[in-house]
Design a protein around this ligand. Sequence first.
Ligand SMILES: [Zn+2]
Length: 420
Amino acid sequence: MDIPNHDLSPGWIEECQICGSRNLASVIDLGHQPLCDSLLTPEQLKEPETSYPLHLVRCLDCSLVQLDYVVPGDVVYYPEYPYRSGITRELFNHLQRLSVDVVERQSTPKDSLVVDIGSNDGTLLKGFKRQGMRVLGVEPTNIAQIAIQDNIDSVQDFFSERVAEEIVAQHGKAKIITATNMFAHTANLGDITRGVEKLLDEDGVFVLENHYLLDIVEGVQFDSIYHEHLRSYSIKPVVKLFNYYGLEVVDAHRVASYGGSVRMYVARKNASSVSQNLLNLIAEERSAGLYEGAVYDRFRQKAIQCKRDLYNLALTAEKNGQRFVGNSCPGRASTLLNFVGLGKDLMPYLAEQPTSLKLGRHLPGLHQPVVDNAILFSEQPDYVLLLAWHYWEPISQDLRSRGLTSKFVLPLPEIKILEP
Ligand SMILES: [Zn+2]
């Protein structure tokens, strides 16, 4: 079988990232945008800022939804990348549950090797370690050092075939390999998949979790489109990808994290049977129209409607002398605000929890400062836009219980105002 090129070079992409087809159709063009996690220091505000094309397209042959431009990996995941998975309680709990689910599903014997690709601060691996597993993280950014200080053995590098070979030589093969929110991100999908194939034990499982296209489309989550997310997965094209490498998707189900994700289990071909769950979910994708064009036309129209409504709400507040501010600064906030064009004049700051690594920096493109959320309580703004809307329940409960009386605004799938 001819394998298409799965190791992309930076720059413009004219082919489907999985099947190599050139039959690509536009889904939504968000214009040129800065990198969403490149928050700027006060010094950087004095310098020019780079923007890159942010255009979502879909493959008419295998139905993959992808970006058509690759930003170099070392520009996106620079050493001071400010994302920490252990910080939000919801994500922490989710990752702990994931580790328990996988060990139970596989009946993994104690002392088996578990490798997490894109292991961040080691939060997921701590869950596996607690269950008696040997754990090893692979993480390219300096956040790896936080994991190492917490006694989570980590390699500070990009995962690749070479790194996989080194791990096998030093630690043996892995019974479990995990990749949460990275497998849709990387330009070197081929290198990584070959690495997984080398590292995976005969009866091992590779568990990947990513934003799910079905949730993105149903929830009009255009804010999940950013340069890190080179591909937005449905299951069908992922089945095709692993097929090229002697691997097979054997199970899948939906999980709630990040506003809707899909977890897929991948094994060696014919090593285990394909679950009914997987077949049902593919059937659901088909009946939801993910393999046809009309659903993407509606997605684009709804995204533009949201842009219009949110801008109007902020503009009306400004005209009425009311205060309209943002809360939280997840990566998706950058896409949303830059697409809508909500600048400092209409939304003066983004409030973040005091432990955030983003405090003191500025949103790319629009340059709002990220400030300690203590300001919300002293200022009591009229409107607070919840940019981490996928965690709106715990966030709004927390802010209310601490005495915030503002109206909360949820941006998607359509504008919703929550009165105090
Ligand atoms: Zn394709």
